[in-house]
Write a protein that binds this ligand. Sequence first.
Ligand SMILES: [Zn+2]
Length: 437
Amino acid sequence: MEMDGADPNGVPGEVDRKRWTYLDRILNRPGPFTDEEWVPGEPNIESLERMKILVIGAGGLGCEILKNLALSGFKDIHVIDMDTIDVSNLNRQFLFRQADVGRPKAEVAAQFVEKRVRGVKITPFCGKIQDKDEDYYMQFGMVICGLDSIEARRWINATLVGMVDNDDADTLKPLIDGGTEGFKGQARVILPTMTSCIECQLDMHAPRAAVPLCTLATIPRQPQHCIEWAHIIAWEEERKDDTLDTDDPEHITWLYQKALARANEFNIPGVTYSMTQGVVKNIIPAIASTNAIVAAACCNEAFKIVTSTNPPLGFPGTNNYMMYTGDDSVYTYTFEHSKKDDCPVCGNLAKNLEVDPNMTLEEFIASLAEKPEAQLKKPTLRTEEKSLYYQSPPSLEEQTRPNLKKKFSELVSDGEQLAVSDPAFQIVFKFKLVFKK
Ligand SMILES: [Zn+2]
């Protein structure tokens, strides 16, 4: 399946088929993992070529996914991406060249792969996933996400779960999701409504645990701890009157030198200027090979689901989640993430939520933004009885605004159900309020 297997003279037919020799071996012969009923040959090649597959994202993961799918025998690929190409993408988003800077990623990626792999059709859409409706998503057999945004993942997940009609198997679209962060990544398969969904798994994306202040102040163990110490403690003690500007080289240099001195004191190697910059600005480097690993895992799952040559991730009761960690040597772990009965998207139970009855509604709304399982920024809240707070329209906002200053105990009773919605998601979160005693 090498990239350069295409015949330069453009003679179609047998010569062209040579590129697919190894793929054909998998498709034309039963293997140790194929069922007894599995029919080798034509039916598999046909289902692969007919499968209409949607790729969301044409960035670091997306470029890899598009290339892999095309070279795995998929012929009808669609891709959505809202971004244009930036010069900083060129080191890893290998379908783009200098001359493409400023052009839409989806379009350039589609053209590049179509040109290199004869017979594959890639249909780009340059825009947001939210621009498309259920009819659009219904046409696909499968969706692969290579996204860096949790919000977009939650949106497509809720959309696909909402599309499932139990009487029509074609409405269930397997969702394969890849994600990377530096040297870490994951690949997972979701069968909407049948298995744990992205919303069920949201706690896997919880904001990274902060290092306790006492560790920073007393016993740093890592170079990053020394940088955080300089950032949080030393700056506050010594330069309280200056506002830290992370784009000011003098400020970063100062933090770097402070961190380095502290690291030396504790015999911790590894503090550098660029690490200081990274920690302080909270930059996670994008690593091309992590993208390659995760994209490959996702595309293999897609191939296995379509061809039934091997068991894929994701069947109910089996493993559905593969995590990959490459930052401390190499470690992978594959497990079953279970569906949650109180998942706001695919579950049907209200989730118990303990609240302090003396908390104001405004404080509660602020706390929702921080909860890893919600991360709601502009929520609207109502109970079965009344509207507590509406973000829009303006008339309702004004009408419900006085409630913000009121305490929970004045607004609701212990055990009452609360529905929370947010314009960013097509989800209504149901909570059962439990007053803290
Ligand atoms: Zn769920």
